[in-house]
Write a protein that binds this ligand. Structure first.
Ligand code: SF4
Length: 451
């Protein structure tokens, strides 16, 4: 949508009160996300009264799911688009569109020919390799919101990655709803490991990260690639959801707990320096105290690097909605807290073990808290969801890879000094204008220096 808008002569502004058109891209698959989306729409609607906003557009999964209700309850919204309607933003910007533009959720998947403007910082980009999901996990409404899986052709993904790398991108993050199933719908033998190898071989790419690896079909070929290819990061993002057999069956995950123990063991042994991120749901219907304890035991055994814990959200279109034995809100809250507190100690210990190590860090730019401090990420920190490395001492340009010696660690973040004796790596094809750069001196003073 940003790429389309730019192609039509629009400029992307940071502050909402400067915008003539505001697009709210919503999420609508659990209660917390719905609430956040609605609050954001209402907040943005204020700019139609006060700011320069003439058009408010709502898009994404919430408007796909509740288009009629939203249209009736929010007269201040000018247009509604769904989860497969991104190209329709062109008609909206041309003033040629009707109010309701929500279509079939399975209509569209992005391609290399679509215009693109990056919204990520620091030479990093997400690349969507497929849309939709063919699974039937009990708690999830994403297949209804996104439709059946549609994978892009390998050549199309590679073309997009080549273009991004040519413009200076060093890190690519491959995403979809069910990444290990990539290619199966194409029916010609295309599979994820083949795509990953082709993308990782793109000249100039330094980091390749994979998201949403469902545990059921994690192949040895893919594990080998993560372990051995110098560009594929030893970073696994695998939403495991639960570890007790009974719960996995009720969640309709297609495998039991034994497989998870085996898989985690296999990956830890085979992939040197692995960072393992996962997510769990607590309080799903039927979860007994004993089953929750099995999950706790698993988390303590596995010692994941990063864990997200979600409380079950009862969604009317999901299979689990019809299941009995609902867990009380208080119990699911207590279970989430207990799991998080166990994990916090593990994450802290793992972060502290990095003090004194030298790590390659991708510089993102000034931190959100202060323009005076630069931040970046090492290979084990994914954009947006993991912690960051605060950089002190030395100079660096956003979008470069620098060598950093880690000096301190908090629960989730790190602090380190840039080693200026090691030349930074820049993206190919990128021309830097050598901006005035703000950073911290190693003695703690905040200085402004031109680099
Ligand atoms: S694999 Fe993911 S997107 Fe697909 S149904 Fe399961 S939880 Fe939902």
């Amino acid at each position: 949508m940003l790429g389309t808008a730019r192609g039509q002569g629009f400029e992307h502004v940071e502050a909402a009160d400067d915008a003539e058109v505001i697009v709210v891209n919503t999420c609508g698959f659990i209660d917390g996300a719905k609430e956040e989306s609605i609050n954001t729409i209402l907040e943005m609607a204020e700019y139609k009264k006060q700011g320069s906003c003439k058009k408010l557009v709502v898009t994404g999964c919430l408007s796909q799911r509740y288009s009629e209700d939203l249209a009736a309850g929010m007269p201040e919204v000018d247009h509604f688009l769904g989860s497969s309607d991104m190209p329709k933003i062109a008609h909206v910007l041309e003033d040629k569109a009707e109010r309701m533009l929500v279509g079939n959720p399975a209509d569209w998947v992005v391609s290399a020919n679509d215009p693109r403007t990056l919204s990520t910082r620091g030479a990093s980009a997400y690349v969507k390799i497929a849309e939709g999901c063919n699974r039937k996990c009990s708690f999830c409404v994403i297949p209804q919101l996104r439709g059946k899986q549609r994978s892009r052709r390998i050549e199309d993904v590679v073309e997009e990655v080549e273009r991004l790398v040519d413009s200076g991108v060093l890190e690519i993050n491959l995403i979809s709803q069910d990444t290990v199933s990539y290619g199966r719908d194409l029916g010609d033998g295309t599979h994820l490991a083949e795509l990953v190898r082709r993308v990782a071989d793109v000249k100039g790419l330094k980091w390749l990260r994979l998201f949403y690896l469902y545990p059921e079909k994690m192949t040895d070929g893919l594990i080998e690639l993560i372990a051995d290819h110098p560009v594929v990061l030893p970073y696994v993002d695998m939403p495991i959801q639960h570890a007790a057999d009974g719960m996995l069956r009720r969640m309709r995950r297609g495998h039991g707990g034994r497989r998870l123990y085996d898989l985690v063991e296999r990956m830890r042994t085979r992939i040197d320096g692995l960072t393992f991120r996962t997510a769990f749901i607590v309080g799903h219907p039927g979860e007994t105290p004993e089953e929750f304890q099995e999950l706790v035991d698993f988390v303590q055994w596995a010692e994941f690097d990063r864990v997200g814990v979600f409380r079950y959200s009862d969604e009317e279109e999901a299979h689990a909605f019809s299941l009995g034995e609902k867990v009380t809100s208080q119990d699911s809250y207590n279970r989430a807290r207990r799991l998080m507190s166990i994990q916090r100690k593990i994450s802290k210990r793992k972060n502290k073990a990095l003090v004194g190590k030298r790590l390659q860090v991708l510089v993102e730019g000034p931190s959100q808290e202060s323009e005076l401090v630069l931040v970046g990420r090492h290979r084990g920190q994914a954009p947006d969801i993991d912690g960051t490395v605060f950089l002190s001492g030395g100079e660096a340009l956003p979008g470069s890879l620098v060598e950093v010696e880690i000096g301190q660690a908090t629960d989730y973040d790190l602090l380190g000094d840039i080693d200026e004796r090691v030349d930074p790596i820049f993206g190919i094809g990128k021309t830097y204008t050598r901006p005035s750069m703000v950073h911290s001196a190693s003695d703690g003073r905040r200085v402004l220096r031109t680099v």
